[in-house]
Design a binder for this molecule. Structure first.
Ligand code: PGA
Ligand code: ZN
Length: 412
């Protein structure tokens, strides 16, 4: 059993250039686990708070004042590490220590334990006799909270190579579609600057449907049939449009408003027309009943909660009771600690809710979430297509393809 011999943190920057924290956990004086926390832009109302009063420095102060409490703990005992973080913060949203700290400490401890055991992280996180690769789900075109004026209101158009038999081919296909989309966009708009949003998807000045049409064109130009070998997904991130006073979805960029019923029709039309395999947050984060309508209507699409379920097991239970989704995003930092996230994952799996492990728009170059996606039997890994912090996760999957224990792709 490896014991934590030191724990310390520092302030670094994420891919958006915002301050965040990195934590080093060392076991037996030499096995280093190092994790830098990500952060979101379209943040769910009920997610863990990233930092106390928005200040990473305060998380760091809490860590250094309490470092002694972690010394001597078994670094592989996730529950004990989680309980120790929890002893510093009794709030339900980590507002006193920051969810980023809970995230970084718990994952860094497990990484340190994996190194001490000379095992890959995914195996330490969940010992199984064999594993599958989740399908990479990548942002090819974006707008909403991730890009500026003129871009689509919907946040993300995603590609997933569901026909691929290997992880290499799944990654290569996503890259090819992203690349082809650039050519399509350049033809469509000679003034296209090649600008990209926070997650690496192209950010052209296009209205929602036009953005989806060019995405289909890119897939077809490569000889694929939409919805067969390669499919599209959309993260509507509808809470961004939802205006509580008006009780309407306000599409500022396209210039229209949707009532609740119109929003369901708007989303249903997109799911049908573009044969979406994946539809995330098609209605706002508190519209559990409206999500149920879509889930009932589209059993073959992953009707997914992100802001809806915020990696919170109590909220997921509500979504299960109301049949609001058939899939859910797993973002460890929405939950706080890795232990919290695994509780969420277990509840999802027990109830046949498919998991999609996901990055955040403000990412680090770490790649532990690739292991977390494998360990939680996620069907997809939503990590972008290009950009150093996105490719880091895909490259880790390629390294892991050398591992005999991982056999083939997940069944969606
Ligand atoms: P976020 O976006 O990290 O900005 O929340 C990602 C998402 O909504 O899926
Ligand atoms: Zn989302």
């Amino acid at each position: 059993m490896a014991k934590i011999s030191s724990i310390e943190g520092r302030i670094l920057y994420n891919s958006r250039g915002s301050k965040t924290i990195e934590v080093d956990v060392k076991s037996d004086g030499k096995f280093l686990g190092r994790v830098c926390a990500p952060s979101g832009a379209s943040v769910g109302k009920y997610e863990a708070v990233s930092f106390p009063n928005g200040k990473p420095e305060e998380s760091l102060r809490v860590l250094s004042e309490n470092a002694q409490k972690f010394i001597g703990l078994d670094s592989s005992d996730l529950k004990v590490i989680h309980d120790t973080v929890r002893s510093l913060d009794k709030t339900n949203n980590y507002s006193e220590v920051g969810g980023a700290l809970a995230f970084a400490v718990t994952i860094a401890a497990m990484e340190s334990a994996a190194k001490a055991a000379e095992e890959p992280l995914f195996k330490i996180l969940s010992p199984q006799s064999s594993y599958k690769f989740p399908f990479p789900l990548g942002n090819i075109l974006g707008g909403g909270a991730h890009a500026g004026p003129g871009t689509p209101d919907i946040q993300e158009i995603l590609v997933c190579s569901t026909g691929s038999k290997t992880i290499e081919s799944a990654i290569e296909t996503n890259l090819a579609v992203h690349r082809e989309l650039r050519s399509v966009l350049e033809k469509e708009d000679p003034g296209f600057t090649n600008g990209r949003g926070d997650e690496g998807g192209w950010a052209p000045k296009l209205e929602n449907h036009k953005a989806l049409e060019v995405s289909v064109k890119a897939i077809e130009n490569l000889g694929f049939t939409l919805g067969k070998e390669v499919s599209l997904g959309v993260d509507f991130a509808s809470s961004t449009q939802w205006n509580e006073q008006k009780e309407k979805y306000v599409y500022n960029r396209a210039g229209f408003e949707n009532s609740t019923g119109e929003q369901i029709d708007f989303a249903a039309d997109i799911i049908e027309k573009y044969k979406l395999i994946y539809a995330e947050d098609a209605v706002h984060e508190e519209a559990f009943e409206d999500m149920s309508e879509l889930t009932a209507k589209f059993p073959k699409t992953l009707v997914t909660g992100d802001d809806l379920t915020v990696t919170n097991k109590d909220i997921l239970q509500k979504a299960i009771d109301k049949k609001s989704c058939n899939a859910a995003i797993l973002k460890v930092n929405q939950a706080g600690s890795l232990f919290d996230a695994f509780e969420f994952a277990n509840l999802a799996t027990q109830n046949n809710i498919k998991l999609i492990t996901s990055h955040r728009s403000g990412e680090s170059t770490d790649s532990q979430i690739s292991h977390i996606g494998i360990a939680t039997k996620s069907k997809m890994l939503k990590v972008g297509v290009v950009g150093g912090e996105r490719v880091a996760k895909l490259n880790e999957l390629l390294r892991l393809s050398e591992h005999d224990l991982i056999c083939g792709m997940a069944e969606i």
